[in-house]
Each structure stands twice: as C-alpha cells, then as structure tokens.
Design a protein around this ligand. Structure first.
Ligand code: BGC
Length: 338
C-alpha cells in the first residue's frame, strides 16, 4: 500500500515537473498571468479636465488587459500640494510600482521627482504639466533618461487658436468699436506652462493679425469655475462695456465667466466675447448655441491613450521617445455647425 502511494506521489511530481518545463519561462504560452502595478499621481481631483483624463486612463488600462496581462492601477490625489504628492510618490516607490504616471502639482518639483523615480529604476511618464527646459524638448531629467518621457499638448497652439477665433470675426473682436480689443485674462495657475503659454499666445495671435489690444484685468483663477466667476464679475463691475473679450485659460473658468456675464446682463456674441480651452461637453454645447465664442479641444482621450500606450511599452522594455505631442483642435461656431 505504502509503495502504491509513493508511486502515485512520484508520478504526480513528474507530471508537475513536466508541466513546469513546458511553461519554461515563456509567459505567452503558459497559464501564468502577469500583473503590473501602475501608480498614477494626479495633481488635483477637483479639476474638470484632469477628472476626464484620469477616468480615461483607468478605462483604457482595463481595455488593454488580456487573459495573460493585468494592470493594477492605483490613483492618488495630490490635492494641489507638492508635499502631499511627494509622499505619494515615495509610497509608490516603496510599493515597487512597475511604472509611474505623474501629473506634477508643481513643475518646479520635476527634478526631485524624476531623480527619485529614476534612482528606484522605475519608468516614468509625465503628463499634462510640462517641465520646461532651455529650449523645446530639452528638459534635462527627461532627455537624459531613456525611461522617462512627457506626454502633452503644446499649449502655445491652444493660445494661438483662441486668438485666431477672435481675429477671424468680422469686427476682429472690437465689440464696442473703440478701435482697441480690451480684454480680461483669467489665468489658470501662473506656475503652469499651459497657463503661461495660453495667456501669451492668445494675445500674440491678435497682435500678429494687426489688432490693437489692451489688458484691463489679469487675475489668477487656479483653473476653478468659482474663481472664473468671481474674477469676471469684478472685472465687469469695474470696467463695464469697455470689456470686449474674456479669455479664460480653461473651460472650467469659462463656465464661471459665462455665469458672471449673464448676471451682468451682457450677451456673448452681441456685446462681449468669451473664450476657453478644453472643449468640455458643456462648453461645446455653449459654442453651438452662441453662449461661448469658442474653445479649443484639449484632447484628453488622445493624451491619456498615449500615456497608457507608452507606459505599456516601458513595461515591455521597449525603447520610447522622450516627448509625445497630441494636437489641439479649434472649436468655434464654424467647427460645431459643420
Ligand atoms: C487644462 C486645464 C487643467 C490643467 C491642469 C490644462 O491643460 O486645460 O483645464 O486645469 O491642465 O494642469
């Protein structure tokens, strides 16, 4: 009896051994499932655009799963606080994430963040807030590291499109006919290149078109709707019908500006113009019905897919580029009524 049991055990052990051999380190043909751990650090959950972006990262990782490859994705909210984000990155490193996707709270922390992630030998995909180098595509921590890249959109393009939408109007943005386009600039976050470039290039597009401009108010709205409303409201109280255009660095703030414009009995398209960036669904609807002059599509689908695709390439040990760019699209009345 003992012998029979021993024989059975041996046969079992051999069968297992054979099975192990046939799997021999080849993931593709074996039954093994590879689970990659992905850490995603977002600068702030309370941001309309980054919420769309974050949800699409989550959805698209799920879409990319197969029977053999799974992604365990952990999201963290940096709450607009660099110290909170640094702690979250430290935790990702301790948890030995296989790849990190990071939307910096502050681009000035980029060097420290990149250094610690690179030292832990974890690949890194930076998104949405571009650390700027001396020239384009030259940030040292990015170009010096083959496993670090930035995925984003060139904010100069979005600013230029805002200005071009105004310059293309019959009155070239001079709503009250006083010969100068006087504007309010609602700025996102002065530390963020998207805000800096949109502020600069929207006006540059007007001056390049030979249009005289004057800034009446420039104020920081931190990308938030309530701030956009507050800034626009006090600008309208102070400057009234002098204001031709309200430029907002994003649609979140433009939604607030639209409410302030209505509350002050002004009418977009008739006596004032309103521009945003992102092409949030609500704002595209408003461009359609004339409540906004225009916005610019900030393609969160294209950007999130690119970020996930590159993260997967890094997990697979493939070579990547240091910079990836996704185009903006001009969204004005012509575009939405097409
Ligand atoms: C978007 C803003 C967003 C910001 C966050 C920008 O690209 O246009 O809506 O608040 O990114 O960094």
């Amino acid at each position: 009896m003992k012998k029979r049991i021993l024989a059975l055990l041996m046969a079992g052990a051999m069968a297992l051994g054979l099975a192990a051999c046939s799997n021999g380190g080849d993931d593709k043909t074996g039954d093994d499932v590879t689970t990659y751990k992905v850490g995603v650090a977002i600068y702030e959950y309370n941001d309309n655009f980054m919420t769309l972006y974050r949800n699409e990262i989550d959805r698209y990782f799920k879409e990319k799963e197969t029977d053999k490859v799974k992604y365990e994705v952990t999201f963290q909210d940096g709450k607009s606080d660099p110290a909170t984000q640094t702690n979250q990155i430290d935790t990702f490193i301790t948890q030995q994430m296989d790849v990190i996707i990071c939307n910096l709270v502050q681009t000035s922390t980029a060097e420290a963040v990149i250094d610690k992630i690179v030292a832990a030998n974890i690949p890194l995909v930076l998104i949405n807030r571009e650390p700027l180098g001396e020239t384009d595509e030259s940030y040292p921590g990015i170009v010096d590291n083959p496993k670090v890249c930035y995925v984003g959109a060139d904010a100069r393009q979005s600013g230029t499109y805002q200005g071009e939408i105004v310059a293309a109007l019959d009155n070239k943005g001079d709503m009250n006919g006083d010969g100068v386009v006087k504007y309010v600039m609602v700025v996102g976050d002065p530390e963020n290149p998207d805000a800096q470039y949109r502020t600069e290039y929207s006006i540059k597009a007007l001056t390049d078109a030979g249009i005289k401009t004057e800034c009446l108010v420039e104020n920081i709205g931190n990308w938030q709707t309530d701030k956009g409303q507050e800034i626009t409201n006090s600008a309208l109280t102070q400057h009234g019908s002098e204001i031709d255009v309200v430029f907002c660095n994003n649609d979140g703030m433009a939604l607030g500006a639209a409410a302030a414009i209505k509350a002050n009995n002004r009418t977009v398209g008739q006596d004032i113009l309103l521009l945003g960036v992102d092409a949030l669904d609500d704002c595209v609807e408003m461009v359609k019905n004339g409540e906004m002059t225009g916005t610019v599509l900030n393609d969160h689908i294209g950007q999130s897919h690119k970020a996930v695709d590159v993260a997967i390439e890094l997990l697979e040990g493939k070579d990547i580029q240091n910079y990836y760019w996704v185009d903006y699209v001009k969204v004005d009345a012509n575009y939405v009524n097409k």
